[in-house]
Design a protein around this ligand. Structure first.
Ligand code: GDP
Ligand code: ZN
Length: 319
């Protein structure tokens, strides 16, 4: 049995790197029994979520050099979102969990100041997803070279909440070294809206990756990586990057109305002071969060984000 780490999944094939020889690639399938488990669930996404990028697995080798995954080890953590609303991915009307990757040290939420415009509500959703997965979150604010003066205030805004914010530009090179340094020896996942410059940043950090960026048109190079699926790269020195497809926005998964406030950093110290247990900080009397917004200790922008997310958590549903 060969203990390995899954770094890529495509058309039901699982590509893994053995621990004792990370440059080797084992192409594997899943042991049949996993698939039987899945059939009971009757949900397409479960197939991929049995084993995701970042999982540690035991592989039994076939004679032809391919392998069969026998066991998926317990995940230290995993990042997920609600599966998009498309046919075949809901179960009794509830949207399922889509696991993006596992065993992560860091989540880098990539935003941009311009093209696309900075959107704090979208960022807050990514942050909540990260906080609820107990993964350390970093915010990258890219395209600082085309930022408007007033946009720069977002840097301090999120720093005040306690986040590490790294302003970057691939045009001027600002922040690239800081970003690279923070990744050293870690497994970091890059997540963000399409067009923010995620691929460009990764190429700038690690030129050997050659990820296709939005600049490329027409024929694509053979051997370049497109981010159509989640893909983990070994960039040396025990450092791994997980690249993910760009998304429009996300709904964090597995959060109840009562829990949501626990993932808004600056709310946390106040939470047990509300009059009612299980306060959702919306209309309940004696709510300290509401008071904090009134006296501006909590930003109204963050509170608005909170309320928007609260609305999207379906009443009566588990998540
Ligand atoms: P992705 O969808 O997040 O992977 O974005 P891409 O890396 O494909 O970049 C989208 C567009 O933004 C491309 O035209 C890039 O050249 C441009 N871009 C990326 N980073 C920067 C930056 O720091 N400054 C400026 N001005 N443009 C950038
Ligand atoms: Zn409250």
């Amino acid at each position: 049995m060969i203990k390995s780490k899954v770094f890529r999944i495509e058309s039901n094939m699982y590509y893994a790197m053995p621990f004792d020889n990370p440059s080797r690639v084992i192409r594997s399938t899943l042991r049949g029994r996993f698939k039987n488990d899945f059939k009971i669930k009757r949900d397409k996404l479960y197939v991929t979520d049995i084993c995701v990028v970042g999982d540690l697995v035991d592989i039994l080798m076939n004679e032809d050099g391919t392998g069969v995954i026998q066991k998926v080890y317990y995940r230290e953590n995993h990042l997920s979102r609600k599966a998009p609303r498309v046919k075949g991915v809901s179960f009794r009307g509830e949207r399922m969990e889509q696991v993006i990757a596992s065993n992560l040290d860091r989540l880098y939420v990539i935003t941009s100041f311009n093209r696309p415009e900075f959107n704090n509500k979208v960022l807050d959703r990514f942050l909540v997803a990260g906080e609820s997965s107990r993964i350390e979150v970093f915010i990258v604010m890219n395209k600082i070279d085309i930022a408007e003066e007033h946009d720069l205030e977002w840097i301090e805004f999120y720093k005040r909440l306690g986040y590490t914010v790294i302003p970057t530009s691939i045009k001027t090179g600002i922040g690239i070294d800081d970003l690279k340094e923070s990744l050293q020896g870690k497994t970091g996942l890059f997540w963000g809206q399409s067009g923010v410059g995620k691929s460009s940043l990764l190429n700038k950090l690690f030129p050997s990756l050659s990820i296709t960026t939005g600049d490329v048109s027409g024929s694509t190079n053979k051997g370049t990586h497109t981010t159509a699926s989640v893909w983990m790269f070994d960039v040396g020195d025990d450092t791994y990057i997980v690249d993910t497809p760009g998304v429009r926005e996300i709904d964090p998964y597995g959060i109840t109305k009562q829990d949501l406030s626990h993932y808004m950093r600056e709310f946390v110290p106040l939470l047990n002071q509300c009059k009612f247990n299980g306060c959702t900080h919306y209309h309940e009397p004696g709510c300290v969060i509401y008071d904090a917004v009134e006296n501006e200790t909590i930003s109204e922008l963050r509170y608005d984000s909170y309320l928007r997310m609260l609305e999207t958590i379906e009443e009566g549903m588990l998540y």
